[in-house]
Design a binder for this molecule. Structure first.
Ligand code: HEC
Ligand code: HEC
Length: 351
């Protein structure tokens, strides 16, 4: 009887007590009921994703900062921006974004349909007027025909533009990584060195306390106190961007805001000060530089950061005392184990 009670307690606790989570292989991609996937919608979304009409000065598309050749990121510390402005954060990969519960480093959007309009409107990104953009797309006969096919009538709206782009984004999935083969029972799925790294990831390294599930991410926010880049702190253009976003989110004292407040911007809860979303680790070998501000150029630097117990004053991490060999094994797991088959991609022809 006592034994049964224990099993019951443990089963109840596992999802609630914050133990290291299980890694999971890729399975069904969640698709919202209001926006079913169809091949025509995905194709339309892909065109819009690459269409520079979506930016105010016609120089930028979504792919400028989420480039298929760069792991759907842009390879820069902080992302590109509208002329004369500067962005303030690193462009996250869009691979596996369908699995993300919250979007942006601070989680300020929660659906891809909602998110897509932000960069178009953003003064420091695409800086486009959405009324104008609708007219631009409406004036292209090929687009009108495609909207009619996809949505049942030819009306072009910002909501439909966002729906089509979201449908395309949900196709960006890393599949058949060595980790997936290993998890589905193929013991040789990972190389022996990567298996050692996997054991550190889920054991001594404690990585899977936050990096677990299909996307190796817990859908939560942690204040690891990743350091700010001193050069960025001095740049008045970045200060303007930071303060502008803070104002939009009703941050009191936005005019003197001198660092990235992270999740606090949204919750105004002190525990979220400089907390950022746990990012996916799938395809991590191809999406340097790392962290919300791109402060680390290599995985070695990231591993060193976690090994040292994270940034000054953080309460989320403790030093790990990994040996040089163990650090090497962990890196092999991250690089080899989480890189899937290349995502097949053919550039669309923009009408
Ligand atoms: C000028 C560069 C730039 C352009 C253009 C751009 N993005 Fe982004 N994107 C970023 C940056 C930087 C972030 C992170 C911003 C943040 O966290 O505050 C981001 C975040 C995202 C995210 C959230 C990902 C995650 O894991 O949280 C999605 C989805 C996304 N962008 C899609 C798009 C789409 C769709 C477009 C075109 C409509 C687009 N982006 C255009 C730079 C850009
Ligand atoms: C307490 C939760 C937590 C633990 C434990 C943790 N991470 Fe993270 N990890 C995060 C968060 C949050 C970020 C994003 C921080 C930021 O953007 O400032 C991150 C970022 C990363 C990145 C950069 C990803 C990118 O695209 O920028 C890598 C790589 C990474 N972690 C690997 C690891 C490894 C390896 C371990 C174990 C040694 C580990 N993490 C342990 C929460 C955690």
């Amino acid at each position: 009887m006592r034994k049964i009670a224990w099993i019951f307690l443990v089963a109840l606790c596992l999802p609630l007590c914050g133990f290291a989570g299980q890694l999971e292989s890729i399975k069904d991609v969640p698709i919202p009921q209001q926006n079913p996937q169809t091949p025509a919608k995905i194709e339309l979304g892909k065109k819009l994703f690459f269409d520079r009409r979506l930016s105010g000065d016609g120089t930028m598309s979504c792919a400028t900062c989420h480039d298929p050749q760069q792991g759907y990121s842009d390879g820069l510390e902080i992302s590109l921006s509208y002329p004369t402005t500067r962005n303030w954060r690193n462009s996250p990969t869009l691979i596996g974004v369908a699995f993300q519960k919250y979007l942006f480093h601070d989680g300020r959007a929660s659906s891809l349909e909602e998110q897509a309009l932000f960069p178009m409107m953003s003064a420091f990104e695409m800086n486009q007027n959405l009324d104008f953009m609708e007219e631009e797309i409406r004036s292209v006969p090929e687009y009108v025909a495609e909207f009619a096919e996809v949505f049942g009538d030819p009306d072009v709206t910002r909501e439909r533009i966002a729906m089509a782009i979201a449908a395309f984004e949900r196709t960006l999935i890393s599949r058949d990584a060595p980790l997936d083969r290993f998890l589905s029972g193929n013991k040789k799925g990972l190389s022996p060195e990567a298996v050692r790294g996997y054991k550190i990831f889920t054991g001594k390294g404690k990585c899977s306390e936050c990096h677990f599930g299909v996307n190796l991410a817990d859908d939560r926010f942690h204040a690891l106190q990743v350091q700010e880049n001193p050069e960025h702190l001095k740049d008045p253009r970045i200060a303007a961007t930071r303060r502008f976003v803070a104002k939009v989110f009703h941050f009191e004292g936005y005019r003197t805001l001198a660092e990235d407040p992270g999740r606090y911007l949204i919750t105004k809860d002190q525990k979220d000060w400089r907390a950022f979303k746990t990012p996916t680790l799938r395809e991590i070998a191809g999406t340097a530089p790392y962290m919300h501000n791109g402060i680390y150029a290599t995985l070695d630097e990231v591993i060193e950061f976690f090994n040292g117990g994270g940034g000054t004053g953080n309460a989320a991490l403790k030093p790990l005392q990994l040996t040089p060999t163990e650090k090497g094994q962990l890196k092999v797991f991250l690089e080899e184990g989480l890189t899937g088959a290349p995502i097949r991609f053919i550039y669309p022809k923009i009408p």
